[in-house]
Design a protein around this ligand. Structure first.
Ligand SMILES: [Zn+2]
Length: 400
């Protein structure tokens, strides 16, 4: 059954409550309703906006929560996942960060566990005191994960050394409740380790799109200081992910530990990042040089079959740039077995059946598009293709 898509428009900033007069409404964006192939999918039009008061970006026009819930309840949401690969290479930096800051017996909470990969991997690395929160059904029930939302009620006061989350905070509508819960659960020396998608990642499931400067504000507003920010040099939004480590300041402590509340960015820097981020959300997705290369690649292989490797957000962005796909011979493959046989809806509305990438065994491919942004993913795919004895004559990867 096709999900009925009902749109909604926000009257107030979801973070600070400012009214529409404080919004900077950005151009509409076409995105897949579900990020990845499924039985039914649709193209939706989202409109991002910035709030001038608090500088957060959010989905101004978005799909009604009931429509999203219906999709999730039908178990159709197959997101980019650790199970795309055996090694979980995209999770490595995040898990390594936890390992850098936490001892093996430290009590650690993860929320937004999705398929439980982080918890599983931490257990594998010898961590023994873990607790996860995940409302979805996708994880192995033998893992120490509660199938519920992350709330203060689910935590023990001051009991945890770290609260960690990857790629989840931006989908939570109530950031104030989140930060309050984190303060409640963390011990005085506790830390937050959060990984975020860049501001450019706009999706229907997200409430927010974050800039590094907004995260600084979020932490400051709730008594936390960023003690480490891992992002490339400015402009930060070109990074797919950024990682923030934050700690309670004296404001939240009963006994001060000489940790005054201290912003990471100056007001001037925040404003600059705010302006850069707006430009980035308005600008075409890719730099001119990348667009030229991408169009050149498709033009060159007009007569060939082009293998599109990857059927998530990256393929959507890349194919959005191409536009009408009807004159190309495309073959969509993906390493995620759960996507095999499912239908991928391209940005131009055309539908394509996804085939598991093992179909490339002992083949010669004239043209292959690496539909991934993360270089680690690309390296992993290359190694897999080699294993399959698949020869690639020509390829496109966004990173060259
Ligand atoms: Zn606001």
């Amino acid at each position: 059954m096709k999900p009925e898509i009902v749109y909604t428009v926000k009257e107030h900033c979801p973070y600070c409550g400012a009214g529409k007069e404080d919004f900077i409404v950005l151009p509409p964006r076409r995105e897949g309703l579900i990020d990845g192939p499924t039985e039914d999918n649709a193209i939706v039009t989202l409109i991002p906006a910035f709030c001038k008061k608090c500088q957060v970006a959010f989905n101004y026009q978005t799909v009604k929560q009931e429509s999203i819930d219906e999709i999730l309840a039908q178990g159709k949401y197959i997101t980019t996942s650790s199970t795309n690969s055996n090694s979980g290479i995209a999770y490595e930096p995040f898990i390594n960060k936890i390992e850098e800051y936490c001892k093996k017996d430290d009590p650690i909470v993860e929320f937004g566990c999705y398929d439980g990969f982080v918890i599983k991997e931490l257990l594998h690395r010898g961590y023994s005191n873990l607790l996860g929160f995940e409302p979805g059904p996708y994880f192995d029930k033998s893992l120490p994960i509660k199938q519920t939302f992350f709330t203060q009620e689910g935590l023990e006061k001051g009991a945890y050394k770290a609260i960690v989350s990857r790629n989840c905070v931006q989908i939570l509508p109530d950031l104030h409740a989140l930060m309050k819960a984190c303060n409640y659960g963390l011990c005085d020396d506790g830390i937050l380790i959060f990984q975020f998608m860049s501001v450019l990642a706009v999706h229907v499931l997200q409430e927010y799109m974050f800039t590094v400067s907004f995260i600084d504000k979020l932490m400051q507003d709730h008594g936390f200081n960023i003690i480490k920010l891992e992002a490339p040099v400015r402009p930060y939004h070109y990074n797919q992910y950024f990682t923030v480590i934050a700690q309670k300041s004296d404001e939240l402590l009963e006994k001060p530990l000489n940790r005054p509340l201290k912003p990471y960015f100056s007001e001037k820097e925040r404003l600059e990042i705010f302006n850069e981020a707006q430009e980035a959300l308005i600008a075409p997705t890719f730099a001119d040089s990348v667009r030229e290369r991408l169009h050149g690649f498709f033009a060159k292989h007009q007569q060939d079959e082009i293998v599109i490797y990857g059927t998530g957000g990256a393929s959507f962005s890349l194919l959005k740039e191409i536009g009408d796909l009807s004159s190309y011979k495309l073959k969509f493959v993906d390493g995620d077995k759960r996507r095999d046989g499912k239908v991928y809806i391209a940005p131009d509305g055309s539908k394509h059946q996804v085939i598991h990438s093992s179909c490339l065994k002992d083949t010669q491919v004239k043209a292959l598009l690496f539909a991934v942004f993360d270089r680690n993913f690309k390296i992993e795919i290359e190694a897999y293709l080699k294993e399959l004895n698949c020869q690639i004559a020509d390829y496109f990867y966004i990173g060259g």
